[in-house]
Design a protein around this ligand. Structure first.
Ligand code: PLP
Length: 353
């Protein structure tokens, strides 16, 4: 793979700087191009620097683009591990198919990522709870204003050292149930990690923040009755000892952290069920004392306890606003595998060689 080196490396954030999420970017990026004639080609690593684009480039107009999110972790022996990257490449190609983007070669993307991590390894933060966030993206790059699938694309991977996703760290989050706006409908693009989904969700997110909430809890678009997910996390509820997560009905993003948690729960013989769950059932369980825990799962936030849910103007506290035992077990298990401090019985750690 071609590597174009920088003349001078960037300055890294000083040790101890609060990283936040997505504020700092590394020295290099991976890029690959697509044209109808040549297919995917020109895979290389180059300095991460601004690129000029014609303002008629189709991504700016019709949002034909997709992304992924994964993390790399520094291991106790000094090596670098990525959590289940094959799952992300496969999902990215499913998103691509939904958005009329040609599928890319997953082995080339993986090789590019590993080369990039070797070059930028010095950017992996080491403070507890930090990681190097990986953002693979594909955007339509044809310069043309017709509403058609582009014939040219740019695939890139950029890297960002990150701290915890929420400013308050592992403190339980506060969610507000959204019963006006919708995120996704069945037959729409909710299952794909496509750019427009996030633009469509911002209005509700802003209004939630103004009211002092961290994120929106989305309901199904048709009946505003069933719990779907949170903007960047899948949802789990522990009700009477059973863990329930909304079934993947077509409008929910199939999270890899979600899938990993389900597997861990099954292997620990904790009852877990994927089914439709109504917001009324969640509220009824809170009222009768059987809603033990609620948490969200996602690469950015890992496992995030939910301490409070507001629905129709009423606040419902969960587990006294504290992290519950199943949430804690999953957090410890998943982060133990990621950071290399626990055994990895599933082979979920991919070590960069
Ligand atoms: C990325 C994402 C998730 C979490 O998926 P992971 O694979 O666990 O990171 C959940 N919901 C939405 C809408 C997402 O974009």
């Amino acid at each position: 793979m071609e590597i174009i080196r920088r003349k001078q490396l960037k300055e890294k954030p000083a040790a101890g700087t609060p990283l936040g999420f997505g504020h700092y970017f590394t020295d290099y990026m991976f890029t690959m191009k697509y044209t109808a004639e040549e297919g995917w080609h020109d895979a290389k690593i180059e300095p991460n620097e601004p690129k000029p684009f014609d303002l008629a480039t189709s991504i700016f107009h019709y949002a034909q683009g997709i992304f992924e999110g994964m993390k790399a972790f520094r291991q106790p022996d000094g090596s670098i591990a990525v959590f289940r990257p094959d799952e992300n490449w496969a999902r990215m190609n499913r998103s691509a198919t939904r958005m009329c983007i040609p599928n890319f070669p997953e082995d080339v993307a993986e090789e590019g990522l590993e080369e990039l991590l070797k070059l930028d390894g010095g950017w992996i933060p080491t403070q507890p709870g930090t990681a190097l966030y990986i953002r693979p993206t594909i955007v339509a790059t044809r310069v043309m204003l017709g509403v058609h699938a582009s014939t040219e694309y740019l695939f890139f991977i950029i890297l960002s050292p990150v701290g915890s996703y929420y400013a308050h760290g592992l403190e339980p989050t506060k969610l507000i149930v959204e019963d006006h706006y919708t995120r996704a409908t069945i037959g729409g693009t909710g299952e794909a990690k496509c750019l427009g989904n996030y633009a469509a969700s911002m209005k509700a997110g802003e209004e939630a923040e103004e009211k002092g909430f961290d994120q929106v809890l989305w309901l199904d678009a048709n009946e505003k009755k069933y719990v779907e997910e949170v903007g960047s996390m899948n949802m789990f509820f522990v009700i009477g000892g059973e863990v329930v997560t909304p079934a993947l009905v077509g409008s929910i993003l199939p999270g890899i952290t979600r899938k990993s948690c389900i597997q861990v729960l099954k292997d620990k013989n904790i009852p877990v069920c994927e089914r439709r769950i109504s917001i009324d059932e969640v509220i009824a369980a809170q009222k009768n004392g059987t809603l033990d825990e609620a948490f969200g799962t996602g690469t950015a936030a890992v496992i995030s306890p939910v301490g409070l849910i507001r629905y129709q103007g009423v606040d419902y506290a969960i587990n006294g606003g504290k992290m519950g035992p199943i949430t804690k077990m999953l957090y410890d298990t998943i982060t133990g595998i990621q950071y290399g401090t626990a055994p990895d019985p599933y082979g979920w750690r991919k070590i960069v060689k």
